[in-house]
Design a binder for this molecule. Sequence first.
Ligand code: DC
Length: 227
Amino acid sequence: MKQIVAIDGPSGAGKSTLARELAKRLGYQHLDTGAMYRAVAVAARRAGVGLDDSRGLNRLCKNIEIRFEHSSGGNRVLLNGEDVSRIIRTPEMSSASSAVSAVSEVRLHMVRLQRKLGRGGGVVAEGRDIGTVVFPDTRAKFYLDASVEERARRRWLELKKKGMAEPFDRVLADIEKRDRDDSTRVDSPLRRAEDAIYVDSTSMGPEEVLNLICRVVKDLEGGDENN
Ligand code: DC
């Protein structure tokens, strides 16, 4: 039976690449929940709503539409029909999304939408609270981690490739701050679900991580069919 695969972990652990490739291999949809908080941040900036203004953000969330368009070329994130896939990845939106994601009203809207998109299974959902809050009952639950230096190095390379080069120290400081913010916020902080499989990818290649997780999910798919 098709599963809901939950992948949580800190920034830069490789969740996005893993989730995208895993979804491709399994024939599942990729649900990038971080992109949703990033889209809210873009909408808030444009509407001049403060990043900690819970009433303003609540109103904003009720009036925006966030959609994904899946194609072989990758996922596109649409905010009110506009493709914001690129702008959501800027360092400014990275920190703005961290701020809006700490607001409970925003989380309520996003979690509701995520559950709707994941209903029925056949999704690989990645984020910070997928295994703890969004889909706590799923059995395919993973926590992907790596040392903070390694995560900063990967993020630095990724930005450079996209032509958005930043000094390494700034990337590292930014990741450390996001780790702190994501794991100390009151509502749904980043933490490993007790029943999540812990994967430390510091010295593993992406293919190795992918093979490992793919095997576990396939076992779960097959196990369900034998029951
Ligand atoms: O995974 P990402 O870097 O694209 O996430 C952007 C921000 O959104 C990040 O600061 C953490 C937050 N986030 C969250 O709080 N819950 C999620 N399920 C996904 C992301």
